[in-house]
Design a binder for this molecule. Structure first.
Ligand SMILES: [Zn+2]
Ligand SMILES: [Zn+2]
Length: 124
């Protein structure tokens, strides 16, 4: 029984959990309480802080999926604090993208005008 319980935690922090169980006391970054082995918790892929899934309002379905071996290295999870930072970054990227699109459309417009002029000049 205990084997299956441990494997989930050991996967991510193998080096920490190797020696004894006492050193790997994890604190929840949200409520500040110790995360027990029996607690369901996730670690943020950015700040590497652990959180109770209840504290981060993470659906158990998502958590179960993340514990899947196949999800390892593929699925990233960010805590709400890092998500905020990412949101800012995404906003910034979107602004840049928008500017690029605007520039491209302007360029297209200019090219279109040039082409039109060419058509006119060849016709007349
Ligand atoms: Zn908590
Ligand atoms: Zn984080």
């Amino acid at each position: 029984m205990s084997e299956t319980k441990d494997s989930g935690d050991r996967r991510r922090k193998a080096s920490v959990n190797k020696h004894g169980g006492k050193k790997n006391t994890k604190m929840c970054g949200e409520c500040g309480l110790t995360i027990k082995d029996s607690d369901k918790a996730v670690s943020c892929d950015v700040c590497e802080v652990w959180f109770h899934i209840e504290c981060e309002k993470l659906p158990e379905k998502v958590n179960n999926f993340m514990q899947d071996e196949e999800a390892e290295g593929v699925l990233m999870w960010y805590c709400s604090h890092c998500k905020k930072g990412c949101a800012k970054l995404h906003k910034y990227i979107k602004i840049i993208e928008q500017q690029q699109v605007e520039q491209m459309t302007r360029q297209n417009e200019l090219e279109g005008k040039v082409n039109q002029q060419r058509i006119y000049s060849t016709r007349t």
